[in-house]
Design a protein. Structure first.
Length: 452
C-alpha cells in the first residue's frame, strides 16, 4: 500500500538529492516498497513541536489527493480550457503562440506527452533514444517525425541527471526535505547516457494538464497569459454550468456607477438560487504545507471570492434594480469554483474561511464541477440536491460532488469532445510499432488503447 504515485515521486526526489551511483545489486520490487514505506513514515516536524494535527492533515491532503482524481478529465481540460475558450479573450495565446512556445501545436504536444508516458509505462520506465528514433516506432508520434518529437521532449520534458540533482539539493528545506519541491515535476524524464528514464511516470501526464501547462506558459508570457487564463476559465465554467438545463443562467451583472460587478454567474432553480464565483487560483506552498502565513493566503485568495458572493446575495435581497430578474423568494447559496484544488473541506480552515451568517458558501475545484454537472444535467431535482449539499450548516460538509450521490455516473460531453479530438491515435499502427523487434527487446512491447 505504500507504493503510490506520490511516494514513488518522493523517493525519486530523495534519490536525486542524496543518492549515489554506488550499489551492489539491482533494485528489486521489495526495495522500492521498502523505500516508499520509509518515505510514508518520515516524521513530521510540526508534530514534534506540538503545532497540531491540522498542518499534518493539510500536507497529507496536498501530497496524496491529486493521485485520486481521474487522469482523463485533467488531460481533457487542457484543450477544452486553453483552446476552446480562447477566442476573443484579450491576451489569450493563439495557435502560433503555442507552436512558438512548445515546438508543435498544443494538441500535438498533448499527444507527444501521452505517447512518452505510454512508452515509459510499457517499457519498464526506461527507453533508449535510439529506440524513440526508430522508424518502426514512428507511428506513436505521427504525424510528427520521431526526431521532431524527441526534440520537443528534450525541450520540455527532459533534463540531465546532474542538473536535476543540483535542483533537488538547492530546493531542499532543512528538516522539511520530504515536502520540498521536486524538480521531476518540471522535467519528469531523466537523461542518463543514451536512455530516458521516468522515475515517476505519472509526472509526465502532469506536464500536459492545465497545471503543468500553466508552469510552462506563465514564465514565457507573464501576466498576459495569467490575466487571459482568468477570463478563459470563467468562460469555461459558464459552459459547464449550461449543462444544468433545469436552471436559468445569468452571467455577472454590472450594478454600480463605477462598473461594480456581482458574482460571475447566477443560476435560478425552482428550489434555490446558486451564486457562483470563479477564480483561477492555485494554492501556494504556504497553503499546501499548512504554515501560519497560509491563513493569510487563504483569506486573500478564497476570502475575496466569498465576500463577492455575500455582496451579491445582499443586492438580491435588497432588490437592487440591476438584480430585478433574480428572485428572492427561495434560498440562496454560494459556490466558489477554483481551477486548482484547495482541499478546504478536509481542513479546519474551512470553518474559519467559509462560514457566514449571511450566506452558506462552499468551495469546489474544476474537477468537482465537471463531474457534478455531468451527472445532474438531466436530473429533475438537481436544484434540491444542490441546496441540500451547499446549504449544509457545517462548511466542511459542503462537498459539491455529494449532490450527485446515488445517481449513475455520466460522461461530461465537453471533456469527452476535447479529449477525443487530441487523443485519437492510429492504434493498430502504434501497437505494431511497440510490438516490433526493437521495441520488444527493450520492454514488454505493448501499447494500450489511448483511452483510460
Amino acid at each position: 500500500m505504500s507504493v503510490q504515485p506520490w511516494s514513488l515521486a518522493g523517493v525519486a526526489r530523495t534519490c536525486l538529492a542524496a543518492g549515489t551511483e554506488d550499489r551492489t545489486a539491482n533494485v528489486s520490487d521489495n526495495t522500492v516498497a521498502s523505500l516508499c514505506s520509509q518515505f510514508v513514515n518520515v516524521g513530521d516536524p510540526d508534530v514534534a513541536v506540538g503545532l497540531g494535527i491540522e498542518r499534518v492533515i493539510t500536507k497529507m491532503a496536498f501530497e496524496q489527493f491529486a493521485s485520486q482524481y481521474s487522469v482523463m478529465e485533467n488531460l481533457a481540460r487542457s484543450g477544452a480550457l486553453l483552446l476552446d475558450h480562447a477566442d476573443g479573450v484579450p491576451g489569450a495565446p493563439r495557435a502560433q503562440d503555442w507552436i512558438d512556445l512548445l515546438g508543435v501545436d498544443l494538441e500535438q504536444y498533448l499527444r507527444l506527452g501521452f505517447a512518452a508516458f505510454v512508452a515509459m509505462v510499457e517499457n519498464g520506465g526506461s527507453v533508449s533514444r535510439e529506440l524513440l528514433l526508430d522508424k518502426r516506432v514512428a507511428p506513436a508520434f505521427a504525424p510528427v517525425a520521431p526526431a521532431e518529437a524527441l526534440a520537443v521532449l528534450d525541450r520540455h520534458f527532459v533534463a540531465p541527471l546532474d542538473r536535476l540533482r543540483g535542483q533537488a539539493r538547492d530546493a531542499e528545506a532543512s528538516g522539511r526535505e520530504k515536502w520540498s519541491w521536486n524538480p521531476l515535476s518540471a522535467t519528469p524524464l531523466v537523461k542518463i547516457g543514451g536512455d530516458l528514464v521516468a522515475p515517476a511516470a505519472h509526472l509526465i501526464l502532469d506536464k500536459i494538464t492545465t497545471t503543468g501547462l500553466y508552469y510552462t506558459a506563465a514564465p514565457a508570457w507573464g501576466s498576459r497569459f495569467t490575466d487571459a487564463l482568468g477570463t478563459m476559465f470563467e468562460r469555461y465554467v459558464g459552459t459547464q454550468l449550461r449543462l444544468l438545463t433545469q436552471a436559468v443562467l445569468h452571467p455577472e451583472i454590472v450594478y454600480g456607477p463605477n462598473g461594480e460587478k456581482g458574482c460571475d454567474y447566477l443560476l435560478i432553480f425552482d428550489e434555490v438560487v446558486l451564486l457562483v464565483e470563479v477564480k483561477t487560483l492555485r494554492p501556494t506552498v504556504l497553503v499546501r504545507t499548512g504554515q501560519d502565513d497560509g491563513e493569510a493566503e487563504l483569506t486573500k485568495r478564497i476570502g475575496h471570492a466569498r465576500d463577492q458572493l455575500i455582496r451579491t446575495a445582499q443586492l438580491v435581497r435588497e432588490r437592487h434594480p440591476a438584480f430585478a430578474a433574480i428572485p428572492d423568494d427561495r434560498p440562496t447559496v454560494g459556490l466558489i469554483v477554483t481551477l486548482e484544488p484547495f482541499h478546504l473541506h478536509q481542513t479546519g480552515r474551512a470553518e474559519q474561511l467559509l462560514i457566514s451568517a449571511e450566506l452558506a458558501v462552499g468551495a469546489a475545484w474544476a474537477h468537482d464541477l465537471e463531474g457534478t454537472v455531468a451527472v445532474l444535467a438531466e436530473v429533475e431535482d438537481a436544484g434540491a440536491r444542490l441546496l441540500r449539499v451547499l446549504g449544509a450548516s457545517d462548511p466542511w460538509r459542503r462537498h459539491l460532488r455529494e449532490a450527485a450521490d446515488g445517481l449513475p455516473d455520466a460522461a461530461n460531453p465537453i471533456l469527452d469532445t476535447a479529449y477525443e479530438r487530441w487523443s485519437a491515435m492510429p492504434q493498430d499502427a502504434v501497437q505494431q510499432a511497440w510490438d516490433s523487434d526493437s521495441a520488444s527487446a527493450h520492454g514488454r512491447g505493448v501499447v494500450p488503447d489511448s483511452g483510460f
